[in-house]
Design a protein around this ligand. Structure first.
Ligand code: AHE
Ligand code: ZN
Ligand code: ZN
Length: 191
């Protein structure tokens, strides 16, 4: 059986609702779930093949989007959260018991400071922004995926109208580059 790319693409992508205003995500513990309110929809929702983002069991990719950190509020069992890797730019707060990542937060100076990273598949609500692109596709090879089969993976994304990249999308990479340039003292007109 071919490995699952991610449940949200294996059976075709469902469009989000542009008027959707948020919901609740929860971890996968059978009881005493960690629950987190997301008080807006997400943006830049994307599949990510990197080794750091949480992936559902058996899937090659994560699905991760961002929203302002002041729209994210832990509602229950906060004591079960721990930060997976405190040295990473994105501090992924995960459930100690089931391993699910609830939100990733940036505390250092960074182009995406102020945005939290979340996985909307952990919500029962429907209407979240649909995936926009696939990022860090070649990273799955670093984790042991056979490079001979990568074209099939890229083809599946393309067949669903999604571009594939080996970093983030050009829009996000340009934002990062702009931040880096401004930090180095470059000034841009009309930004
Ligand atoms: N090949 C590496 C790439 C890891 C990586 O750079 N991941 C990105 C994207 S995560 C969500 O889009 C990133 O920004 N990471 C910063 C961080 O995790 O703190 C690998 O696969 O590990
Ligand atoms: Zn849990
Ligand atoms: Zn990632």
């Amino acid at each position: 059986m071919a490995p699952s790319i991610h449940p949200f693409i294996d059976n075709g992508i469902t469009k989000g609702d542009p008027n959707f205003s948020g919901g609740t995500i929860s971890c996968k513990c059978p009881s005493n779930k960690v629950t987190v309110a997301l008080k807006s929809n997400v943006a830049h929702n994307h599949f990510c093949g990197c080794s750091k983002c949480w992936k559902p069991a058996g899937s090659l990719f994560s699905l991760v989007g961002v929203l302002p950190r002041d729209k994210v509020e832990v509602q229950s069992n906060a004591d079960k959260l721990h930060i997976i890797d405190p040295s990473a730019a994105i501090q992924r707060n995960a459930c100690k018991e089931c391993g699910v990542h609830l939100f990733g937060r940036i505390e250092v100076e960074h182009p995406f400071h102020g945005l939290d990273f979340v996985h909307v598949e952990l919500s029962e609500q429907k209407g979240w922004q649909e995936p926009q692109f696939a990022a860090f596709v070649s990273s799955i090879i670093e984790q042991g995926f056979n490079p001979k089969e990568i074209d099939a993976v890229r083809g599946k994304f393309k067949a669903n109208g999604l571009e594939t990249y080996d970093t983030l999308s050009p829009v996000l990479m340009d934002l990062i580059a702009t931040f880096t340039a401004q930090k180095a003292g470059h000034k841009f007109a009309n930004l």
